[in-house]
Design a protein around this ligand. Structure first.
Ligand code: PMP
Length: 357
């Protein structure tokens, strides 16, 4: 193909390449180990409602029932919620709603890659504020850039992927107050953080947009259900570039059922994940040369003396983790906290590797 056909902003992009995963224990994508259809009440209701869900109708463009259920979950009004095909679609909608070519988008680094990628596709100038040593956000420098650059859009990931760091709501508010433009707070992992959502302050900030997902704590990554929470007119703006039928009927249905059973699902899924995370962190931190950073999410970022060797050792034990090429994550592995038996296997591999080193 003639490369000149491509839109300028994506000409230097590498084709998306998903490496083949040969291992059977896959803990590289912060997925939940729990299947929602293993809850008998959820499965029964799904099968019952499936009978009344004809495939020949288009889905509801605004997923009104799911939207109302999500609004009830996060204590806001249905008009303050927009449902999409994963948090990924929501992030892309936010960028497509607000960013013109040449605008500045402020992020911190390391963080979730998609903010920078979507901003680049839109032709924005991405400014990234590096963490302090130890993967601690440089709060002061970030606020300074916020005030100086007045970016068209700001992203703060809380808790942050991949570091796990949680920022206090007082700091999130300071950023919202410093910006005259929209500020995105990505709370994809908030259910694991044991901290209130910034959504409780929605009435005070017309520039606040919160990104949430059912992929993590609810274990629905395969159904692609994400949502934005913002004041009503911002939600209406985000709907402008939205595909009309962006969330299919089956995802809308399962999302509704998940919300109807949300207390049982969260009580089942979240505490053991947090316990596994803390076990992993303590076990790995006890090893010489290994640093497992404090995390408020369902994963732990771990720095080791020889990252590629540790990834290989885990792979030989049939375990796939996330490894990074980025300079600021050298020799770091991100390990999803799933079940205790998996964490014990991970810890055993680390122990063996460290004792051989
Ligand atoms: N935000 C963050 C910080 C994430 O890590 C992810 C998924 N890895 C998402 C958003 C998007 O999740 P999904 O599209 O599955 O809802």
């Amino acid at each position: 193909m003639n490369n000149n056909w491509l839109r300028h902003t994506i000409r230097s992009f590498e084709p998306y390449h998903v490496p083949e995963i040969r291992e059977h224990t896959v803990i590289n994508a912060n997925e939940s180990p729990y299947n929602i259809f293993d809850f008998p009440a959820v499965k029964a209701e799904f099968l019952k409602q499936l009978d009344q869900t004809p495939s020949y109708h288009y889905p509801d463009p605004f997923a009104e029932q799911l939207r109302a259920a999500l609004a009830d979950y996060v204590s806001c009004r249905p008009e303050e919620v927009l449902v999409g095909s994963g948090g990924d679609e929501i992030i892309s909608l936010i960028v497509n709603t607000f960013v013109n070519p040449g605008d500045t988008v402020l992020i911190h680094t390391p963080t979730f890659d998609i903010y920078g990628i979507d901003a680049e596709i839109a032709g924005a100038k991405v400014v990234a504020v590096p963490d302090l040593p130890g993967y601690v956000r440089n709060q002061e420098a970030f606020l300074k850039q916020e005030k100086k650059l007045q970016p068209k859009l700001t992203f703060l990931c809380n808790p942050n992927n991949p570091t796990g760091e949680l920022l206090p709501l007082s700091y999130v508010e300071a950023v919202l107050q410093a910006s005259p433009n929209p500020v995105v707070i990505d709370e994809a992992y908030l259910e694991f953080a044991q901290q209130d959502s910034i959504i409780s302050k929605l009435g005070q900030y017309d520039n606040l947009i919160v990104v949430r997902t059912l992929s993590k704590a609810f274990g629905l990554a395969g159904l692609r259900i994400g949502y934005a929470v913002a004041q009503k007119d911002v939600i209406e703006a985000l709907s402008l570039p939205k595909l009309v039928y962006n969330l299919n009927v089956l995802s809308q249905l399962v999302g509704r059922i998940a919300m109807a059973h949300r207390d049982d699902i969260l009580a089942h899924n979240v505490p053991p994940t947090i316990a596994t995370r803390e076990y992993l962190r303590n076990q790995l931190n006890a090893l010489p040369g290994v640093t497992a950073y404090r995390s408020a999410a369902n994963f732990v970022l771990v720095h080791v003396p020889d990252g590629p060797a540790m990834v290989q050792a885990l792979s030989r034990a049939d375990i796939c983790v996330r490894f990074y090429k980025a300079a600021d994550l050298q020799n770091c592995l991100r390990i999803t906290a799933t079940t205790m038996d998996v964490a014990e296997r991970v810890a055993a591999v680390f122990q063996q590797e460290v004792s051989h080193a």
